[in-house]
Design a protein around this ligand. Structure first.
Ligand code: NAD
Ligand code: UD1
Length: 352
């Protein structure tokens, strides 16, 4: 059931398109009638995603396994597939790891983006949707966070996102033909309703939702709740969790809008609603029918008490708002978690 139909930008290249968010965006774009090229080095994804996208959409996207820093391959991809717009998801995203390996993060995220922009300039493609992050707001000075909130970063990952945004603003100022939007994601969670694609981090998950899913699946013993002494209603951290399919639809909505808006813009993609860790635990238990064992442990370094969006600009500009609620976020995560435990996952969707 496609939500958006778009007749602008038929051919779209998605860097990092085999990853968690890119694969969901690919589904929405294919269903809306776009031709999609997934350009990914598979450093954090696997080729099986391609088959699953085809199972969902009935269409096989073009896939190129390569790094965005491989200038020639990228130039060929843009030319050969007559690409008209790029969505740039490729990047490293683990906050903790970015503090251990900052140069890898700058090389991959910042240098990778420079390589992409150079290739786009040469090919005269000037429409770009960039995967931004609420990490560029640093420690919130007020809530909800709107796009006017001062920018800063508290870790190297966030700083790569900030540097890239600054670079994109400079680029747009240098040439008025550029149409760029930095979509600042809050906390993407959930999976496609089929259970065929979702977030499947390698090793022990850092983020709350995949961690809970693995606890309920019996792969991890219990959830550690990082602190219950925050100035929030139940003392646990509050975040703006957004269903990945809502996020994907936000990307699709940005395309026709960008076609009429030269410049460089930042737009929040969030729900505007914050939920605490304990509310997430209760919601997951209700959606999965299984208790989520947990213990309270000390706060995690670098965490803030609360972070949620003012999503008003996305509504006004893109005509988009998040439609799916917490139950859907948890139920789809659980369905995907069960699906990855099944060998038959790639050949059929499982029932609810
Ligand atoms: P992901 O790791 O699942 O997907 C990223 C994809 O990019 C992977 O498939 C990986 O193999 C690929 N990739 C990485 N470096 C590459 C390179 N140099 N060349 C080619 N491919 C490369 O991550 P995701 O959750 O889908 O995130 C997508 C984007 O959204 C990232 O830029 C991330 O920083 C941003 N973001 C994510 C979140 C989140 O919570 N998931 C929040 C805010 C922003
Ligand atoms: C983290 C990153 C953020 C990034 C986002 C998506 C940090 C400080 N921030 O956001 O930059 O954009 O991931 O990748 O890492 N929690 C637990 N137990 C857990 C895991 C999390 O209690 O095992 C709590 C956290 O304290 C927080 C909430 O759950 O209150 C959400 O955490 P998480 O999913 O890691 O996302 P963020 O910290 O918001």
């Amino acid at each position: 059931m496609p939500v958006y139909k778009s007749d602008c930008f038929v051919n779209i290249l998605l860097t990092g398109g085999m990853g968690y968010i890119g694969s969901h965006v690919a589904v929405v774009l294919l269903q809306a009638g776009h031709r999609v090229v997934l350009y990914d080095n598979l450093s954090n994804s696997d080729a099986g995603v391609l088959v699953r996208i085809e199972q969902i959409t009935g269409k096989m996207p073009i896939f190129i396994q390569a790094d965005i820093r491989a200038a020639e391959t990228l130039a060929d991809a843009l030319k050969q597939h007559a690409v008209e717009a790029v969505m740039h998801f490729a990047g490293l995203k683990a906050v903790g790891e970015s503090a251990q390996k900052p140069i890898e993060y700058y090389a991959n995220n910042v240098e990778g983006t420079i390589s992409l922009l150079e290739a786009m300039c040469k090919a005269e493609i000037r429409t770009l949707v960039f995967s931004g992050s609420a990490a560029v707001y640093g420690e919130p000075q007020y809530l909800p966070l709107d796009e006017m909130h001062p920018l800063s970063a508290t870790n190297p990952y966030g700083r790569t996102k900030l540097h890239i945004e600054e670079m994109l603003r400079d680029l747009s100022a240098s040439n008025p033909l550029w149409c760029i939007v930095c979509l600042r994601y809050f906390n993407p969670v959930g999976a496609h309703e089929s259970g065929l694609i979702g977030e499947n981090p390698v090793g022990i998950p850092n983020n709350l939702m995949p961690y809970i899913a693995r606890v309920v699946a019996g792969e991890l013993k219990e959830l550690s709740v990082f602190g219950n002494d925050y100035p929030t209603p139940d003392g646990t951290g509050v975040r703006d969790y957004i269903h990945v399919m809502d996020l994907a639809e936000g990307h699709a909505a940005s395309l026709p809008w960008l076609a009429e808006h030269p410049g460089c813009y930042a737009i929040n993609l969030g729900t505007g609603q914050g939920y605490s860790v304990l509310e997430m635990v209760a919601a997951f238990a209700s959606a999965s029918g299984h208790a989520v064992p947990f213990q309270i442990v000390p706060r995690r370094t670098g965490d803030v008490a609360a972070c949620y969006a003012n999503p008003g600009k996305a509504g006004r500009e893109l005509g988009w708002r998040a439609r799916r609620g917490l139950f859907d976020m948890c139920a789809s995560t659980w369905k995907f978690q069960r699906c990855i435990g099944l060998e038959s996952c790639t050949s059929r969707a499982i029932s609810p």
